[in-house]
Every structure is written in C-alpha cells, then in structure tokens.
Design a protein. Sequence first.
Length: 161
Amino acid sequence: MLKYIIQIGLVLFTVTAISAYQELGMLADNGKQDTPYFSLAQLDNPAHRVDLSSLKGQQTVIYFFAPWCSICKYSMPNLDKLHKEGDLNAIAIALDYANEQSVRQFSQSLELSMPVLLGNHSTAKNFKIKAYPTYYVIDENLKIVERSVGYSSELGIKIRL
C-alpha cells in the first residue's frame, strides 16, 4: 500500500513540476499584472477589430493557438463548449499560421462559436507565448488572474475560473 502512495505522490510531483516549468517566463497571474493591449482583426469579419478594452467588465479566457497544433485541436472544443453554454467569455487568438485560410479551415473543422482573432509576432511577444496552446484568464479589470500551457479539460478550465 505504501508503495502505491509513493508512486501516486511521485506522479503528482512530476506533473506539478512539468506544469511549473512550462509556465516559466509567462506573464504573472497574481491579479496585479495588466493584460497587454491588443487590437486584432476577427477571422470571420476582418474589417472588425477586437481590442482589449472590449473585454472590460467580464472575466475572459484568452486562448492562444496555432492551426497545426494537435493538442489545440483537442483542447479548444472544451473551451468553446463552455463559451457556447454561456459559462464563460472566451476568445481565441491564432498565432504561428501560414495564412488566414489555414486558420479558417482549422476553426471551421472544430465548428467554433467563440471569436477567433488573427494575432501576429508582436501579440506572441507581448503575451510571452512559447508553446501552444497557452491561455490566460483575465478578470473584469483586465488583470491576469490565471494562466496555463497545454491541454485543458472543461473541468480544468472551470477550476481555473
């Protein structure tokens, strides 16, 4: 029995250590860090830009992805479902893409309902994105209160809110 408890403890320690390593260098999530400003074109309506100020007053998940990212393909539907059900506000920002068509095909294949914005190198740099998927949770005052890298289940997302 003690052997199993030790093994479970080692697994939990390893998962925690990997998660902490992945989050090194990300923006702080202590509720004091301002969210970097952005004003980005919306995929479905490029003439319409979404900027950070439009998110004021509502807790929001800002999800960064790349259309070639296989983990994003499995993680985004979890976030989109919560967005569609009204449990949270979410936006997705595409980075590291070859062209808009690749982002469009990716988004359509997942039947996303949340807004998809077209990010760029400056967006990635400002948000310190080094891996996909990466997401930040911002509060009503546009402060970063949570962050994560990698796959997230619906439950995992809800726990971070």
